[in-house]
Design a protein around this ligand. Structure first.
Ligand code: 76R
Length: 276
């Protein structure tokens, strides 16, 4: 028998739900609070954040947003959409009614890529054609083991990432274009795979400087993917987005939404930054 007070979990068959939440602080309402009420509100939000971070398979990044597009941002990753939804409603109300107003939000899911090279492709295209290795040699076998290990790690990261506390968080939504001769969805799989290999080649040159999480949102939100880039230096964000614009996948086929730049901060610093 299902319990009517606890809905059946809405957990994707693979991956997690991802919510990006951006709020503005209503300082006029906040100013009406007594010092005691302000302290109480901040303690309440702090406890809620601790509760969310203590939930299994759940991550919550908190950041201050640069420019008045928004003040405060959260990125929530958790398997069950009911849990994400409950936390999101609680976060919105956490400082008291009318203090945090949502200005932008985005719902997506972690996903594995349909363009990940298969073992057969890697053998034929990389080991044999590119590296001229012969099957059965120790070099060939070592390269294959390295590939399998890297892929296992990669598949796990795309679906179940652990996001680091790198200070810069860049978020923007994007779609692949469907316009006249620039229709990504009218290309056959091999053409898309070749183009995506070029995209990944550019991306890999930012290894160690940019950590990207591409979460899928087709049918879930306005665009088709949420792009989250973590960095230690804003110049790397600027450089990768610029360089990718020249890559055919972005130059011909990408449409973008609004960009948000946040700085991850622990809550006490975040409260001070937001003048709360
Ligand atoms: O994930 C991987 O490392 C495998 C290769 C790869 C895929 C499949 C990859 C690599 N990406 C993939 C998929 Mn990407 N990516 C973006 C953007 O601003 C822009 O122009 C585009 C936004 C950036 C900055 C970026 C960075 N990527 C995708 C998809 C899904 C496409 C689909 O399924 O049709 C999108 C929308 C997308 C967009 N990408 C990388 C990067 C970086 C830095 C890498 C290298 C990661 C690494 O190997 O270290």
């Amino acid at each position: 028998m299902s319990d009517p007070t606890t809905p059946t979990p809405l957990v994707p068959h693979e991956g997690w739900h991802v919510m990006h939440l951006f709020y503005q602080v209503d300082h006029a309402q906040w100013a009406l609070f007594s010092d005691e009420e302000k302290r109480h509100a901040k303690t309440h939000l702090t406890e809620l954040v601790q509760e969310i971070r203590a939930t299994a398979d759940t991550q919550l990044l908190s950041f201050s947003i640069a420019t008045p597009k928004a003040d405060l941002g959260f990125m929530l990753l958790t398997p069950d959409l009911h849990v994400a939804n409950a936390f999101e409603k609680q976060l919105s109300l956490s400082l008291g009614p009318e203090i945090l107003s949502p200005v932008y939000s985005y719902l997506s899911q972690t996903e594995s890529s349909e363009y990940t090279p298969t073992r057969e492709q890697y053998i034929a295209e990389t080991l044999v054609e590119e590296k001229c290795l012969t099957a059965g040699t120790p070099e060939f076998d070592a390269a294959l083991v390295e590939f399998e290990t890297r892929m296992a790690h990669y598949r796990k990261y795309r679906l179940y990432p652990t996001l680091p506390d790198w200070p810069v968080v860049c978020f923007y939504p994007m779609s692949k274009r469907r316009s006249g001769s620039d229709n990504w969805y009218a290309l056959d799989f091999e053409a898309r795979r070749t183009l995506m290999a070029g995209h990944a080649r550019v991306g890999r040159t930012y290894s160690g400087r940019i950590l990207q999480l591409i979460s899928g949102s087709t049918g879930l939100d306005e665009y088709e993917w949420g792009v989250t880039l973590l960095a230690k230096d804003t110049s790397d964000v600027k450089a990768i987005v610029y360089e990718m614009r020249f890559d055919e996948v972005s130059a011909r086929y990408a449409d973008f939404g609004d960009f948000y730049i946040g700085m991850q901060l622990p809550l006490d610093l975040l409260f001070r930054r937001l003048c709360l």
